[in-house]
Design a protein around this ligand. Structure first.
Ligand SMILES: [Zn+2]
Length: 226
């Protein structure tokens, strides 16, 4: 087996899962990692019916997945809800993958600016809303990357970091993501969001692969389907 096809990475499907499904049938990866922005009208498992059971499915969320309560529900309450990689390190096909979903938002934290809130609780307290679960925050805030959670992720070690936002490799990216990867000992970053296939080496010799919308990349960063 071609080891570079052991895991495939899917760029923002925006409702089109066909290239990913075709790539799974062709290459039979052990796992696929979805990089966010699904625009789901029905639960995620419905879109992936053809490949569930053929490969493991893992995911992070993009900003679009918080746009409406339905899109959010169809991801976070899908049959694949427990396959989220956000803010942790998960061993997938023998490789340690760290996940960072969501985007940077001015109203929460927009690096290099200082964070507006130290954490979610501080924000909630300021709204005089006393609720126990982060799930009850407005979707717009759930979509944000929170500074304290980002810092905590940086304490962990991983081989690959998958993000929705781009690192500093892209003109619309954020260098702080490269710093996160470096702290974690990560060698490769895969990201979506910007709808562009590219490969670039950034500081600390970290290899970044952008994966375009509905495109599929392998572990070596080759685009194998789009
Ligand atoms: Zn996006």
């Amino acid at each position: 087996m071609d080891l570079s096809k052991k895991i495939l990475f899917a760029g923002d499907p925006h409702g089109n899962f066909k290239p990913l499904i075709a790539a799974v049938h062709q290459h039979k990866p052990e796992a696929v990692v979805l990089l966010g922005d699904y625009d789901l009208d029905t639960p995620l498992e419905n879109s992936l019916q053809e490949i569930i059971g053929l490969t493991e499915v893992w995911w992070i969320a993009g900003n679009h997945d918080f746009e409406t309560p339905d899109k959010h529900h169809n991801l976070f309450h899908s049959a694949l809800a427990d396959k989220g990689l956000h803010l942790k390190v998960t061993t997938v096909a023998g490789i340690r993958i760290a996940g960072l979903g969501g985007i940077f938002l001015g109203r929460v934290w927009y690096p290099p600016q200082a964070p507006k809130w130290a954490n979610k609780q501080q924000y909630l307290d300021a709204q005089r809303v006393h609720i126990k679960h982060g799930d009850d925050m407005p979707l717009k805030y759930q979509c944000a990357i929170w500074h304290d959670e980002f810092q905590a992720l940086g304490e962990l070690k991983a081989d690959i970091l998958v993000t929705h936002e781009a690192p500093g490799s892209h003109k619309h990216g954020f260098p702080v993501i490269g710093e996160l990867a470096s702290a974690m000992g990560v060698k490769h970053i895969f990201h979506g969001h910007l709808h562009e296939n590219y490969a670039k080496v950034i500081k600390h010799n970290i290899q970044v692969f952008g994966v375009a919308n509905a495109a599929v990349a392998d572990l070596a960063g080759n685009t194998i389907s789009n």
